[in-house]
Design a protein around this ligand. Sequence first.
Ligand code: ZN
Length: 117
Amino acid sequence: MALKYSSKINKIRTFALSLIFIGFFIMYIGIFFRTSPIIMTIFMMLGLLSIVGSTVVYFWIGMLSTKAVQVTCPSCGKTTKILGRVDMCMYCNEPLTLDPNLEGKDFDEKYNRKTVE
Ligand SMILES: [Zn+2]
């Protein structure tokens, strides 16, 4: 597991947000093609598709959030969500696991070396 590993929900949320910006940017480019309605329509459709896609991703995050397990982070004390067996705290990037078999294994080991305990 890579060290630069941010919370899955945060990652998806960043992706959804960038989709909105990309969508508006594509539509903005379309304005420059006012003289040819076909190209402008294509850009507008692509931009709209991107924004719709982001809405879908946001909906997906909502679905994932219901599956995620809420835990209190032992490091910063805030309530965070875990997706899957191993995830990170959304606030302090503390690696967290729900699987006792994974506790103390390589994922944690790397971090113990970094943060002296
Ligand atoms: Zn934390």
